[in-house]
Design a binder for this molecule. Structure first.
Ligand SMILES: [Zn+2]
Length: 160
């Protein structure tokens, strides 16, 4: 079943624009203006990871939103967004389904199809996508091993 991921260009550009502005001026005024300007952004926090300090924050946390993190200045600064997710998934059976699609948050029809590891692949037997382990805690990830499943026809004869 073709399950596709889409990104709303409108909602995504709010986050992209915010990142750009925070990259220039990571101040309370900047994040306040951005949270007030964009409906889909509820809260922004800018952290200085070297000094472990909060550089700027503004907004009220919305638990039904999603949490995105970005890193600036060679990873020394983290920008945390609490916002509506600009990425969503939908089942698409034919082209007319795709034309009816709109962003669940802002209803914009300007969407971009995302090609992810979960996208439909035509031949699963030879090119199986592996699960993404990057979200697992390191302690779990280190104990998790993913090996290729070898089809019976491809196994060495001695194992049959
Ligand atoms: Zn949107």
């Amino acid at each position: 079943m073709p399950l596709y991921e889409f990104e709303c260009i409108h909602c995504r550009s709010a986050v992209e624009d915010s990142l750009k502005k925070i990259g220039k001026h990571a101040t309370k005024k900047t994040v306040t203006d951005l949270v007030n300007k964009y409906d889909n952004i509820y809260r922004i926090e800018v952290l200085d990871l070297e000094n472990e300090s909060l550089l700027a924050d503004y907004g009220k946390k919305n638990d039904s939103g999603s949490f995105l993190d970005f890193y600036l200045d060679e990873g020394t600064k983290a920008v945390l967004f609490n916002s509506e997710d600009y990425r969503f998934t939908d089942l698409i059976y034919d082209e007319s389904d795709e034309k009816k699609l709109k962003c669940p948050f802002c209803s914009s029809k300007k969407l971009e199809k995302v090609f992810s590891s979960f996208a439909f692949t035509s031949d699963l037997s030879t090119d199986m996508p592996k699960p993404d382990l990057s979200n697992l805690p390191a302690s779990v990830r280190n104990r998790t091993m993913i090996t290729d499943y070898i089809e019976e026809k491809d196994r060495p004869k001695s194992n049959r």
